[in-house]
Design a protein around this ligand. Structure first.
Ligand SMILES: NC(=O)c1ccc[n+]([C@@H]2O[C@H](COP(=O)([O-])OP(=O)(O)OC[C@H]3O[C@@H](n4cnc5c(N)ncnc54)[C@H](OP(=O)(O)O)[C@@H]3O)[C@@H](O)[C@H]2O)c1
Length: 240
């Protein structure tokens, strides 16, 4: 039996990077997956691969921007209806750029904060009734090691991720008596497309997305009476 048999896992930012790797890993562990990102092509390609490999009925996907609360709400309800409820949410979509504060205009600051902080709030608010209806459920908020420490030239991003840490701990305490578990995941450098990079840096020590995805599936498989409320993971070669 797979760790995620009969579970529906909603993943934001599934068109590439960590979210894409996690979708594949979750399906391999038995899950059905609801996939969200802006890139319709990226999602359709991933859903097609999964359905070819794992069989039909395992995916639901739609192009949605996490900044659009109404579209997020409709996606969550439609995904739960299509896939037989909702058991896990991974708030993974995120954007950020290594740049000085004075080199970021207001539009870029709003974009970073809205995607990294308000997006997970909108998704969680829409999903929690479905998770509670299924007995509690599990939310994984993918933050960053910058959710707990500052770094120069990443100020709006670090601010948004610190906010996500606060949100994560707060909803855990609000809903844990009804069975909801919430995990804040703080990765160091991953080998993805983040911040305009391209994969291929694992030889320099960046963690492969697949390694971090495997860690998330492991945490989701822990017994329901245990909450892993925060995880840090760094490449050994990263200075942190
Ligand atoms: N890579 C690292 O070194 C690193 C380190 C610490 C934490 N993180 C965090 O890890 C998470 C995953 O990032 P990644 O490394 O996999 O980066 P990535 O390869 O750039 O993937 C980011 C994903 O987020 C989606 N996304 C961006 N804006 C969105 C929006 N407005 N609405 C919906 N989806 C949106 C992107 O899809 P579309 O463009 O198609 O919308 C993409 O699927 C992020 O939260 C990031 O902050 C990354």
């Amino acid at each position: 039996m797979g760790k995620l048999d009969r579970k529906t896992v909603l993943i934001t930012g599934a068109s590439r990077g960590l979210g894409h790797a996690l979708a594949r890993r979750a399906v391999a562990a038995g899950a059905r997956v609801a996939l969200l990102a802006r890139s319709a092509d990226g999602l359709a390609e991933l859903a097609g691969q999964i359905e070819r490999d794992a069989g039909p009925g395992r995916t639901f996907h739609r192009s949605v921007d996490v900044r659009d609360a109404a579209a997020v709400g409709a996606f969550v309800d439609d995904a739960a209806a299509a896939l037989g409820g909702l058991h896990v949410v991974v708030n993974n979509a995120g954007v950020g750029r290594y740049a000085g504060l004075l080199d970021q205009d207001v539009a870029e600051i709003d974009f970073t904060v809205d995607v990294c902080l308000k997006g997970p709030i909108y998704v969680s608010r829409a999903a929690i009734p479905h998770l509670l209806a299924g007995g509690g459920g599990h939310i994984v908020n993918v933050a960053s090691d910058l959710a707990r420490r500052p770094l120069a030239r990443m100020a709006p991003y670090a601010a948004a991720k610190h906010g996500l840490a606060g949100f994560s701990g707060s909803i855990l305490r609000e809903f844990k008596d009804r069975g909801l578990r919430v995990t804040l995941l703080n990765p160091g450098i991953m080998d993805t497309w983040f911040g305009g990079t391209t994969p291929g840096r694992s030889r320099d020590g960046a963690m492969p997305a697949d390694t971090v995805a495997e860690m998330i599936v492991d945490v989701l498989g822990w017994p329901a009476h245990v909450v892993v409320d925060e995880i840090f993971a760094h490449p050994l070669r990263q200075d942190f």
